[in-house]
Design a protein around this ligand. Structure first.
Ligand SMILES: [Zn+2]
Length: 321
């Protein structure tokens, strides 16, 4: 027997990286571990090896009481299967049970944006709000709707997949197989695409940051350049922010939430992203002169929100027996 509190781990798997955190009972991050995501064109077992490595890293040999997995994909309403994940290899796959068996512990599974929303509603920017719209900007767009502190799952468990709302008929092809999805115009990927497209057309420190090779350009490089006042990088954020506000105006028209919370890696840019989004939201929202336009808040829990929310879900599952 031991007096150690049970070790609860949350793991967030996105299109490019795996983040594992040890989370305390009040959502505190006690320890973190990182790994790369092998990609969507590999065997699922390779992705699960990366998850296992991150779990072992964060556990450091201690017994694990429960693991929550936040996956960038469609998770069914019962939290058993990943139905489809544009950036990962799982296809209608019983991921929860397989990982529970592999790890010999309680495992909870949910969509990554649902986990971010759970964390922000419990400990972050949406705490105490009667209703909140949560949007995460990373490789793509994730989203969730929170009503009275509860994440709306939808009939199939697929509510809140805002990133694949078609905003441009016959627009840019999307990894989901369709065209013109919102995340093709408003995401970390689009930030990089805009910068690549404009390289060589105007002076920019991005030339230097990517060593003259546009293929080596990354989202964090665009963020760094924007922070240093680079005009091209700032224009890229202006465009993504504008598309963010336009899409949010449609969602706010549909849901009329009390607050809107923006998280995900791209949200680290703060007001550089949110100011153009606020302007576009106010400009595009129906009746905006005659209603309270919801505040557009940056997520409080930062890049760890998904993992913290997943750990919270696992802890709740553990408590419910
Ligand atoms: Zn799509």
């Amino acid at each position: 027997m031991t007096d150690e509190p049970p070790l609860v781990v949350g793991i967030d798997i996105g299109g490019t990286k795996v983040l594992a955190v040890e989370a305390g009972p009040d959502g505190q991050v006690l320890r973190t571990a990182h790994a790369g995501t092998p990609g969507r064109l590999v065997e699922p077992s390779l992705v699960e090896d990366a998850l296992t490595a991150a779990l072992q890293d964060v556990a450091g040999g201690r017994p694990v009481a429960a693991v929550g997995l936040a996956a960038a994909g469609f998770v069914d309403a019962s939290g058993e299967r990943v139905r489809f994940a544009p950036h990962l290899p799982w296809r209608d796959d019983p991921v929860r049970a397989r990982l529970a068996e592999r790890w010999g512990t309680t495992v909870a599974l949910d969509n990554d944006a649902n986990c971010v929303a759970r964390a922000e509603a419990s400990y972050g920017a949406a705490r105490g709000a009667g209703s909140a719209l949560v949007v995460t900007l990373g490789t793509g767009i994730g989203g969730a709707i929170v009503l009275d502190g509860v994440v709306l799952r939808g009939h199939n468990g697929m509510a809140g997949e805002f990133g694949h709302m078609q905003v441009v008929p016959d627009g840019q092809p999307c990894e989901c197989g369709r065209r013109g999805c919102w995340e093709q115009y408003c995401s970390g990927n689009e930030l990089v695409r805009i910068a690549r497209r404009e390289l060589g057309r105007m002076p920019t420190i991005l030339d230097e940051l990517c060593g003259g090779d546009p293929e080596r350009l990354t989202g964090p490089m665009v963020s760094q350049a924007a922070e240093q006042g680079d005009l091209l990088a700032r224009r890229a954020f202006g465009s993504v922010g504008d598309w963010l506000g336009v899409g949010l105006a449609n969602l706010v028209a549909a849901l009329d939430p009390e607050v809107v919370v923006v998280g995900g890696g791209v949200s680290a840019a703060g007001d550089r992203l949110l100011d153009p989004a606020r302007a576009a939201l106010t400009r595009s929202l129906v009746g905006s002169g005659h209603r309270a336009v919801p505040p557009l808040l940056r997520a409080h829990l930062g890049p760890e929100a998904g993992a913290v929310g997943a750990a919270d879900l696992a802890r709740a599952l553990l408590a419910s027996g």
